[in-house]
Design a binder for this molecule. Structure first.
Ligand SMILES: Nc1nc2c(ncn2[C@@H]2O[C@H](COP(=O)(O)OP(=O)(O)OP(=O)(O)O)[C@@H](O)[C@H]2O)c(=O)[nH]1
Ligand SMILES: [Mg+2]
Length: 105
């Protein structure tokens, strides 16, 4: 029987990701920021939930939004109408994600 050689291609990629995640977590903790990552299938209601959250607590809580989408800035433009800081990231790939930063006071 032939010996099987296992090549762990993903190991270094995940290690680099873990390190960046650790740095992000430390930075957020230092600045007292709570970050909520909202992920779902397309059309599940992420933007609606965000708009409603801004409407409900946006005056007593500082909210910033990082919008992720494969292309366009339609959702970011919508969020911007609520006068909260918003950054659009276009991934140009298959990943769709959205992050919300809530700085609770
Ligand atoms: N009936 C119902 N419709 C909803 C609800 N939340 C959102 N919708 C509707 O569902 C559709 C999609 O909502 P979005 O908030 O744009 O969903 P999304 O997850 O941001 O969509 P993508 O950014 O395209 O992934 C819109 O027409 C909303 O009005 C809900 O709780 N009930
Ligand atoms: Mg959306």
């Amino acid at each position: 029987m032939m010996a099987i050689k296992v090549i762990r291609v993903q190991e270094d990629i995940l290690r680099a990701n873990d390190e960046i995640a650790r740095q992000n977590a430390a930075l957020l903790k230092k600045k007292g920021i709570t970050m909520i990552n909202i992920m779902s299938s397309p059309g599940a209601g992420k933007t609606t939930t965000l708009m409603r959250t801004i409407e409900d607590i946006g005056k007593k809580t500082r909210i910033g939004v990082i919008e992720g989408d494969v292309a366009s800035s339609v959702d970011a433009d919508k969020i911007a109408t609520r006068s909260v800081p918003v950054i659009q990231i276009n991934t140009a790939g298959d990943v769709i994600w959205m992050l919300t930063c809530l700085n609770m006071h």
